[in-house]
Write a protein that binds this ligand. Structure first.
Ligand code: ADP
Length: 497
């Protein structure tokens, strides 16, 4: 049964009504790629290409960086902070007014259910709103020197910033990098992932509609090798914000090292959700399911390991299995419980993990197979999957799968749960579910993670800094911490008598 009005479903067959751009966004407008090449974006909900976009190269990158440099030196650096804030605030408003177009584009590009896509668009608007208010509040310090001196600091924008965007949260990640960079007075060259090029381009167009001067925000589309690599290696880039895999992040760090370019790295995760015997059972079930099955588990901060105390293990895993098995699959525009994974490649990667686990004798509580949209028999789907208790050294415990696969780890008590929570090379997020206030905060204190969610997974918003420890990366985005990534501190000291 269809649960969406035809007005949305028509886009599954024909996305031309969305008027998706097929050029780069450079110098305030859409521009054909220099080499005249294009590539196609696939709708993972039916496994078919639905729109063409520009396939850029190093020449397009050079144009974009030159444009951003010129705009930085001549316009944006001199734009009063309050005016920057007004432009970002208008952008937030325009994003909200364009929610449906942006959300449908995001849904077709990434596969995520339309409700999740609308949530991402709303989050992007909120991000611009938040940083709009911060532009004119970047205050420095006065240093307590002897009376014959005066010393103070001021924040300066770092300059031209590159943003390498992943395919799981295209508009959210673009907004979370662009908004603080622009707020701090930096200019931007963004490269969306080749699987999801459109909302980054549309965002740049809305920024200009909101009054952003030409060249302050440029977007070049194409592959990681042809556009991403020349962008992060460009000597005109002063800062790189990268979100993606550890392997690609490592290669980006090498490129940054060559030019001594600063960077923020948001890499992988294998985040534990610790559930203790005294939790609120129903709430914990709902949260653990949401933590791994939202966007089919393709979230770096997904709660992909359930660390569960022995006393409720059997009852909890059984109830969770029932809940997971009841999640409906379908094309994102049909408002399913869970959408597809992003590509055939991603599906096969996930299935590879599951096949190897089967060979090692793993027990599946539910799921474990590929699937399709029941309406069409098409698309790249993986069933919501839960794998019963695995040892800490198992591949399913140690490796990021980036799919709807939850691995259970049984803990004897809270202390053992902490030990299991910390047993991987990642340290992005940890969830804690318990009715014991002190125990919750002890775990929050002791777990090695950039952020801890207590009794609600994904709690918080743009106000809360986000980033990883260990191989999950370094630097923080969101919050006022995120703004600092785009600022240089200049200290000034003077002898005054
Ligand atoms: P995945 O392997 O899941 O596609 P990646 O980490 O490779 O994830 O991709 C994240 C982003 O990094 C994408 O925008 C991609 O195009 C880009 N990218 C890939 N390779 C490079 C590279 N060598 N240099 C810069 N960016 C890259």
């Amino acid at each position: 049964m269809l649960t969406q009005p035809d007005s949305l479903l028509k886009y599954i067959e024909d996305a031309s009504g969305l008027r998706l751009p097929d050029g780069h966004f450079i110098d305030g407008g859409f521009r054909a790629p220099r080499a005249g090449r294009s590539m196609q974006s696939e709708d993972p909900g039916r496994g078919e290409a639905f729109a063409d976009f520009a396939r850029g190269d190093a020449d397009d990158v050079a144009d974009a960086v030159a444009s951003s440099r010129q705009a930085f030196n001549t316009v944006w650096l001199r734009t009063p902070p309050a005016e920057r804030g007004r432009i970002l605030a208008r952008t937030a408003d325009l994003i909200r007014r364009n929610t449906e177009r942006l959300a449908i584009a995001e849904c077709l590009d990434s596969g995520k259910p339309i409700a999740e896509a609308r949530g991402d668009v709303s989050g992007a608007a909120r991000t611009f709103e938040y940083y709009a208010g911060a532009c004119d509040k970047l205050e420095g310090h006065v240093f307590p020197l002897p009376s014959e001196y005066v010393g103070y600091s001021q924040f300066e924008p770092v300059g031209v910033t590159a943003h390498i965007i992943p395919w799981n949260f295209p508009i959210s990640t673009a907004a979370r990098g662009m908004a603080p960079a622009l707020a701090a007075g930096c200019t931007v060259v963004a490269k969306p992932a080749e699987q999801t090029p459109f909302t980054g381009l549309l965002l740049a167009e809305l920024l200009v509609e909101a009054g952003l001067p030409a060249g302050v925000c440029n977007v070049v589309t194409g592959t990681g090798i042809e556009v991403g690599a020349p962008l992060v290696a460009h000597t005109g880039i002063d800062h790189v914000t990268f979100t993606g895999s550890v392997a690609t992040g490592t290669s980006v760090m090498h490129a940054c090292a060559e030019n001594v370019t600063r960077s923020v790295m948001e890499l992988g995760g294998k985040s534990p959700v610790v559930v203790l015997n005294d939790c609120d059972f129903d709430s914990a079930i709902a949260n653990v399911a949401g933590a791994i099955f939202e966007h089919a588990g393709q979230i770096c901060s997904a709660g992909s390991r359930l660390v569960i105390e022995a006393g409720i293990h059997d009852r909890f895993v059984e109830a969770l299995g029932k809940k997971a098995s009841s999640i409906s699959l379908g094309h994102g525009l049909r408002s399913p419980g869970m959408g597809p994974v992003n590509s055939a490649l991603q599906r096969d990667k996930v299935l590879g993990f599951l096949d190897r686990a089967r060979e090692r004798g793993a027990e599946f509580v539910c799921g474990g197979h590929a699937s399709t949209d029941p309406e069409t028999g098409k698309g790249y789907f993986v069933e919501p999957t839960i794998v019963a208790d695995r040892q800490a050294d198992d591949e399913l415990v140690q490796e990021e799968i980036f799919g709807p696969v939850l691995t259970v780890q049984k803990a004897d008590d809270a202390e053992h749960a902490l030990h299991l929570a910390n047993c991987t090379r990642f340290g992005l997020v940890a969830g804690v579910f318990t009715g014991n206030f002190s125990r919750a905060h002890q775990l929050a204190r002791d777990v090695d993670a950039g952020q801890v969610y207590i009794n609600e997974y994904f709690a918080g918003g743009v106000e809360v800094p986000f980033g990883g420890n260990k191989q999950s990366g370094f630097g923080r985005e969101k919050g006022l911490e995120g703004l600092k990534s785009y600022c240089k501190v200049k200290s000034i000291a003077a002898r005054i008598g």
